[in-house]
Design a protein. Structure first.
Length: 331
């Protein structure tokens, strides 16, 4: 009889403790979700690290959100101070490069079509959508691990969301299949009661934020080559074409998985220009680019790049793009 009572007592104690810890774990998520949903406007500063092969790129991040789905995300490369802005307002979704006086308008469901480590709403969405998420409590942090959705990069599989003891969001780490951190967003400050001027999310106002001008090139000195190549695929031709104001290089790769990479010098527009594009916003090396089903387009260091393939999946084409290097591959 005593043994039965002891077993029952242990089971009740175990259930009680599990319930308490489970409740505490859920409280962190519920509290964060409530705070985000109650906020009519927030402002974030932090640092974003993108790890690409052996290279790491650091960006100063500034995020602004206002009710009715207005977003402004400034990403400034800490090495060269090159700034891009993702803007969402009542007229659409844009990626702005003020130094080029150019913006790209997307037909996109951004930011809700993919995970975004620097946006609070998408972090909440990832936690809501993952019934298998886990919560671990350490001496300093509460860590929520969830699945992620990066539709063009299936190697990114989960993320760890770190909260301090007071429930404040500290950082987000996105990991690949090998549990290596490929994206790290570190939050410096979050103001959940921010306010903005009426033109803060205006396209024209944001095109004038940069005093820097992108350098223009008359020729391409450093041709880039991919270090990752699909099996039985080789560089078969390299053509240089002189333009009226600049130069174009065409790299053709043939074999089982043919593709092409075009590199062209880019001019700074005299007036603000908006280019409509049909694709999604995607990281390409050290900058944001445009990704469609079979193309990737981006601008970096005064050169516009265009990769295309009628055969490759978008994820494999992106892997090629993200492996670019100044080291040539053999024909």
């Amino acid at each position: 009889m005593k043994k039965i009572m002891l077993v029952c007592l242990l089971l009740v104690s175990s259930c009680f403790l599990t319930g308490c810890f489970g409740s505490k774990n859920n409280d962190v998520i519920a509290s964060f979700k409530k705070t985000v949903e109650k906020s009519k406007a927030y402002h974030i500063t932090g640092e974003l690290e993108i790890v690409n092969n052996e290279e790491s790129y650091l960006y100063a991040v500034e995020v602004a959100y206002k009710d009715d789905d207005y977003f402004r995300v400034s990403l400034k490369n800490k090495t060269n101070n090159h700034e891009q802005i993702i803007l969402k307002n009542e007229t659409g979704v844009y990626v702005l490069t003020p130094s080029l006086n150019k913006s790209f308008k997307f037909q996109s469901e951004w930011p809700y079509n993919n995970s975004q480590s620097y946006l609070l709403q998408t972090l909440v969405k990832d936690m809501d959508n993952d019934d298998s998420k886990t919560v671990d409590i350490t001496e300093t942090d509460t860590i929520v691990t969830t699945l992620v959705n990066y539709s063009n990069n299936k190697k990114l599989v989960n993320q760890k969301i770190y909260f301090d003891k007071k429930g404040n969001l500290k950082k987000v780490e996105v990991l690949n299949n090998d549990e290596n951190v490929k994206i790290r967003m570190t939050y410096s400050d979050i103001d959940y009661k921010a306010s903005y001027d009426s033109d803060y999310f205006n396209l024209d106002a944001n095109m004038g934020v940069s005093s820097d001008t992108e350098k223009t090139l008359s020729e391409i000195d450093d041709i880039i080559y991919p270090m990752y190549m699909p099996e039985n695929t080789y560089l078969t031709s390299e053509d240089v074409v002189s333009l009226e104001e600049g130069e174009r290089v065409i790299l053709t790769f043939s074999g089982d998985s043919p593709f092409m990479i075009i590199q062209e010098t880019v001019d700074v527009d005299n007036t603000s220009t908006t280019v409509p594009v049909y694709g999604e916003i995607e990281w390409t090396g050290d900058t944001l680019g445009v990704m469609t089903d079979n193309t990737v387009n981006w601008i970096s260091n005064g050169v516009e790049y265009y990769a295309v393939s009628d055969v490759l999946e978008s994820s494999e084409l992106l892997e090629i793009v993200n492996s670019i290097s100044s080291m040539p591959v053999g024909k």
